[in-house]
Design a protein around this ligand. Structure first.
Ligand code: AMP
Length: 122
């Protein structure tokens, strides 16, 4: 995957150039509702650092950034009461996963039966 594109939509959200429906923020993490929700609850959790994908984040981010992202995802889920009925966390990486925005993000899906885990196009 190419280098970080500073003009991607999440970079613009982080710079405050376009708005988001914020759910959570700390020193390392911003979370906001997806603009095109696939489930009743659909939150995106992103690092504030410039990481293209999960591959980039997992190899290059500091332990503090990695811990912050997963702690934040857990806190958001708990604060919304999601563990009671369940939820799904997903990260798309690259072409085959149909990653659209080249800034690493976790999706949190909840609020309905989430169906089968994946339905691949073989
Ligand atoms: P992915 O395919 O994993 O890269 O997912 C990108 C997600 O970003 C999609 O679910 C989009 O609906 C969402 N998205 C794109 N632009 C925005 C935006 N301005 N605010 C919130 N979510 C967005």
């Amino acid at each position: 995957m190419a280098g970080y594109d500073d003009n991607n939509v999440f970079a613009k959200i982080l710079r405050g150039e376009i708005p988001c429906d914020k759910v959570y923020e700390d020193d390392h993490v911003l979370a906001f509702n997806d603009i095109n929700p696939q489930t009743p609850t659909h939150v995106l959790v992103i690092p504030k650092g410039q990481y293209v994908s999960s591959d980039d984040f997992f190899s290059e981010a500091s332990d503090a950034e990695i811990a912050a992202l997963f702690r934040a995802a857990g806190k958001i889920a708990r604060d919304k009461g999601l563990p009671q009925d369940g939820y799904r966390i997903l990260a798309n990486c690259g072409r085959d996963a149909h990653q659209e925005v080249p800034h690493f993000h976790l999706h949190i899906f909840a609020g309905c039966d989430l169906g089968v885990m994946i339905r691949p196009n073989r």
